[in-house]
Design a protein. Structure first.
Length: 85
């Protein structure tokens, strides 16, 4: 039997991690096409995560913390990329 509460956290972690890799390619390495390809994968994962949260298949604060950390990385690396790439 599938435990949906674990699926939400897994989607948040894998989707956010994949997105962070894309952000690194975009903001640090300036490889835009590679970043966009990576984001195609992370967008599907995170869209599925948020859809499941909307449907109340899972709802835990740890998943939200993972996504918040992802956006924190995006903010810092974006600022770094503006001034160093």
């Amino acid at each position: 039997m599938i435990r949906t509460e674990n699926i939400g956290l897994d989607l948040a972690v894998v989707g956010s991690g994949t997105s962070i890799v894309g952000v690194f390619y975009m903001n640090v390495l300036a490889e835009y096409r590679t970043a966009m390809l990576i984001w195609c994968i992370s967008n599907v994962l995170l869209m599925t995560f948020f859809y499941g949260q909307y449907r109340k298949w899972w709802d835990d604060c740890l998943s939200s913390e993972v996504v918040c950390a992802m956006y924190g990385f995006m903010l810092v690396s974006g600022i770094w990329g503006l001034f160093n790439v």
